[in-house]
Design a protein around this ligand. Structure first.
Ligand SMILES: *[C@@H]1O[C@H](CO)[C@@H](O)[C@H](O)[C@H]1NC(C)=O
Ligand SMILES: *[C@@H]1O[C@H](CO)[C@@H](O)[C@H](O)[C@H]1NC(C)=O
Ligand SMILES: *[C@@H]1O[C@H](CO)[C@@H](O)[C@H](O)[C@H]1NC(C)=O
Length: 441
């Protein structure tokens, strides 16, 4: 996209080049100071995850222009290509930090009572008007071991349920049959701790827990869903937190109990990895988005300190039907991960709120997602239907009485900066009117 014409033009204007160079160095120095200041602030404040300020490949030649009008969306492959070209072009490349935001209607959001604690990588299940919000990180050095319960009818946080102490604290698999909640495997502990195979059910009527047969091998954030009487668990990351697992297991369950001793092997998922939405509708099972690769514990670190590794985000949609063969459906409008509880089903469509997309091709920094997506199950088409109040990942979404709710997650640094920063417990809602927008198309 940056053309030889631009380089040419450059050579013919040595004066403007020189002054540009000076401005450029000043900006670089300023950015450098800002970066260092940020790192210090992050290490001093327990409210900010150091994940958010893990600067990889800090490229001193780069000038970020917030809010530039170039908002051309890119898909996965273009991103990778763009990244390489951009690096080759070096200082000639000007790329907005917000280039990956897709055009979307502004929505009016109403702020609701915030969750009792902030959460990153929390999980949620809605059962009628009750919303169960599980576990998660408060910050990298503190994880929650309880469930907060919100009542959509009274719009109040009404209950707290303690989790079994053997249960994982993040990167769970989670599903419900409308009374029992099934919680599978996940990360046990803070930072980038190891996983557990321990799995449980919660009876929401009696608030009692029971163990399930452990998963055959531990997984981080496997796609999990109840489908035709069996609990299906697939993908996720393997024991090292990074390597994608392709395995797919299922277990016959009823009323919060296993009907079998052993998990059964099923047809492996075409792409492994954590943080995907997994949704069952009738005789179809959908697996949406997610990523390959994730942060890993630093070798030898006694606290399993997280260190960033290569990861690739996907917008893939896979579907399993009665044939038990995976089919590929149209991909999301952009790659999107950390959406395992960011979806609701409304009027034969899947709505997904926020997430995190491919890293910035030049700066390699993480970029959060602020759009609301809709997948029409009749036409198999995606649309971008609205905007959240800010970009945010690992949101927990619910739908009640015409209102779309979301709470918790890690939000951006501001309108011009899509990098992750503060972990929040804020709760918002908006009245959904998409059927109008849909009809107009
Ligand atoms: C985008 O471009 C339009 C028209 O060229 C201009 O009026 C507007 O101010 C620009 N927006 C930003 C954020 O630069
Ligand atoms: C939820 O709120 C509604 C309306 O205030 C109330 O009738 C109902 O009992 C509440 N349910 C629970 C479990 O708190
Ligand atoms: C779903 O469809 C019904 C009727 O077709 C409509 O009344 C309702 O408003 C729709 N829901 C939303 C959220 O648009």
């Amino acid at each position: 996209m940056a053309t030889p014409t631009r380089l040419h033009h450059h050579h013919h204007h040595p004066h403007s080049s020189a002054s540009k160079l000076i401005i450029f160095f000043c900006l670089s120095a300023f950015l450098g100071i800002a970066l260092i200041a940020n790192l210090f602030r992050a290490s001093l404040s327990s409210h900010y995850l150091s994940i958010a300020t893990n600067w990889v490949d800090s490229n001193a030649h780069l000038v970020l222009i917030p809010n530039v009008n170039d908002t051309t969306p890119n898909n996965n492959n273009n991103n990778v290509k763009d990244g390489k070209n951009a690096q080759r072009r070096g200082p000639e490349r000007f790329l907005s930090a917000t280039f990956a935001d897709l055009p979307a209607p502004e929505w009016h959001w109403e702020e609701m009572p915030a969750a009792p604690v902030p959460r990153l990588d929390g999980y949620s299940i809605q059962i009628k008007n009750m919303f169960y919000v599980f576990a998660g990180y408060a910050n990298l050095d503190h994880v929650h071991s309880h469930v907060d319960v919100f009542n959509f009818s009274s719009n109040k946080w009404v209950d707290v349920i303690k989790m079994p102490k053997e249960m994982a604290h993040s990167h769970l698999g989670i599903a419900t049959d409308g009374r029992y909640i099934y919680i599978i495997s996940g990360q046990y502990g803070t930072q980038c701790s190891g996983p557990t195979t321990a799995s449980f059910t919660l009876d929401t009527a009696t608030k009692t827990w029971k163990p399930l047969p452990p998963l055959p091998a531990p997984r981080y954030a496997p796609a999990t869903q109840l489908w035709k009487g069996r609990l299906h668990v697939m993908g996720g990351s393997k024991e090292n937190r990074h390597t994608p697992g392709l395995e797919h297991w299922s277990l016959a369950v009823k009323d919060g109990e296993a009907l079998e001793q052993q998990w059964r092997e099923e047809v492996p998922v075409p792409r492994g990895g954590p943080h995907r939405a997994c949704i069952a509708i009738g005789d179809r099972l959908y697996v949406i988005g997610g990523q390959e690769g994730d942060f890993m514990a630093k070798p030898g670190s006694p606290i399993f300190k997280c260190s960033r590794r290569h990861e690739v985000v996907y917008g893939d949609v896979f579907m399993l039907d009665e044939e038990m063969k995976w089919k590929i459906l149209p991909a999301m409008p952009k790659p999107n991960s950390h959406i395992e509880c960011a979806w609701v089903l409304v009027n034969n469509s899947i709505i997904i709120t926020g997430g995190t997309t491919e890293k910035h091709p030049v700066t390699k920094r993480m970029m959060l997602v602020g759009e609301v997506f809709q997948f029409h199950l009749d036409t198999m088409k995606w649309s971008v239907i609205g905007k959240l109040p800010y970009r945010i990942k690992t949101t927990l979404a619910g739908f009640w009485d015409g209102w779309l709710y979301f709470t918790s997650g890690q939000r951006d640094r501001g309108p011009d900066n899509p990098q992750p920063r503060r972990v929040v417990g804020d709760m918002w809602r908006t009245k959904l009117h998409f059927w109008l927008a849909h009809a107009k198309q």
